[in-house]
Ligand binder design. Structure first.
Ligand code: FMN
Length: 208
């Protein structure tokens, strides 16, 4: 599919009613990585998914995020680190548990790590906003992946919070993982899950 990028100075629409987008959002679900198989996006499809994910709100155009791609052999290579650190922490693991760690990234044909990479911006964009922008990129990536025909799930699991893994991934001191977006083809369609009662989460603000 040819998803063109607008020219740099193109005038875009601020609103564009589109009921099929609303219907898509109404039925959007994450796929479960345990029900994911190949194929994943090819190079061209991935380029579109990343470009659309990066069309996310970002105060002061800092682009405070970056991507790490895990495909092919790299998934097993990274899995060896997962197994090593997990075994160091829990030495008495049964072999099948170690194998699970070793093959975590092989659950999907492609994993995209989204690194939150806030820029030093004294009195500028707060770090919190920059981290929220990384979350927005993850969400847009889920949408773009699904609309490209792929199953996707946003996971952090334990390795998004492990400083040894941060080192393996080459993260700088100010960086952390916003998530790992697993992408592939659903081997089983997900069921709807409970959704919140919006009225319970919504208040009309009034001065006390
Ligand atoms: C930041 C973030 C991290 C998540 N990490 C995990 C995880 O480690 N394990 C997990 O089972 N689900 C995790 N989830 C939840 C799933 O990705 C997903 O939100 C959930 O399965 C269903 O959401 P849906 O409304 O997109 O279908 C995480 C979600 C977010 C937003």
């Amino acid at each position: 599919m040819n998803i063109t990028a607008p020219d740099k100075h193109a005038q875009l629409k601020a609103a564009d009613a589109n009921s099929s987008v609303l219907a898509f959002m109404a039925k959007r679900r994450s796929a479960l990585v345990r029900a994911m198989t190949g194929p994943g996006p090819d190079e061209e499809q991935l380029a579109v998914i990343l470009r659309l994910a990066a069309r996310s709100p970002d105060h002061r155009k800092l682009f405070p995020w970056r991507f790490l791609l895990f495909a092919g052999k790299a998934r097993a290579e990274f899995g060896a680190h997962l197994a090593k650190f997990f075994t160091a922490d829990c030495p008495d693991l049964p072999p099948d548990r170690i194998l699970f760690e070793r093959t975590r990234f092989e659950r999907a044909p492609l994993v995209v790590g989204v690194v939150s990479s806030p820029k030093d911006c004294p009195r500028g964009t707060p770090k919190w906003e920059q981290e929220l922008s990384a979350g927005a990129v993850c969400m847009n990536m889920l949408l773009a992946a699904r609309a490209s025909g792929f199953a996707a799930q946003w996971l952090t699991e334990w390795y998004a919070f492990d400083t040894r893994i941060d080192q393996v991934l080459g993260l700088q001191a100010n960086e952390r993982m916003a998530g790992f977006i697993y992408m592939g083809t659903a081997s089983e369609e997900p069921m709807e899950r409970p959704r919140p009662d919006i009225a319970n989460l919504t208040q009309i603000w009034r001065e006390n």
